[in-house]
Design a protein. Sequence first.
Length: 335
Amino acid sequence: MATNGPNPYRGGVTTSADSSVSTGVFGANVGEDLYVPPFPGQLVPVGETELFVRTAGHKVERGDTESEVAVYIHGLGGSSTNWTELMELLSPDVYGIAMDLPGFGQSPPPHQGDYKLTAHADIVAHLIRDQVGNRPVHIFGNSMGGATAVQLAARHPMLVKSMTLVSPALPELMPRSSNIHMPLTAIPGVGERLMRRMMKRDVEWRVNMSMSICYADMSRIDPRRMADQVAEARERDKLAHTADASLLTLRALISTYLDYSQGSPWKLAHGIKVPVLLIYGRDDKLVNARAAFRATREFPNARVMVVPDSGHVTQMEHPRLTAQAWRELVESVNR
């Protein structure tokens, strides 16, 4: 891995096959034989709205600035359950807090109907302050959650101790055949028609299709996890705001791809000084793993890893690998 002055990671991209995190227990099928039932959760008041929140590990009280805390932000169409296995693996190290973003999972839609990523970032910041106080925590974000984490670090830097971004949905203007449906769905009118057509499909078919897009290898999905996802999708189908939440958040995400201001995501990355771990799946159908090379240029203090046999949700497909990579990041900072 390249070294460059005080930042040992800038300019270097490693693959898990070349990294120590892939040795020993971390083989090609590290996602297998690990199933954790979803953690229980509850609706908690956050500002003018409520968020459904799940936690893992020893609870950290407000005012405790010594204990480590991790906050997990899911992606578009996801929920707090996307972090279950990773939260379990890291529970000896950190008190984990995973929320369903407004309009997703079991959280109600935002009070003002604002699905912009900046609004998501602000509500996450509000949750952190409510739960553990005005102190830095470790942030994890997947896909759109990774893009939200960038906004969080830019808008509330004092709350961020480190960031781990798994396939972050940062601007890329050349869609591929495997993700062309995303910008098409964002088109007003077209998206509504596509969504109505999709919702007519059987819930098992929809969940299977979503998982096949997100995973490199569907055989890694524990049947119990698949059953959990189907049950969660059935519950979301009962909510009137489900389609709007996905469409409006997708449009907000796509708008960041067309933002050329100083507040654009890649420009915000320049100002993020905390250690950042970026994990990309080489077989990701939604986020091009080649973005790893740009990430080394844009984030001033980044470690970047590309996992050869992983898709869009490495934290689900390879939770042990993700946990070990995060521990190595933290250990390198604490040396």
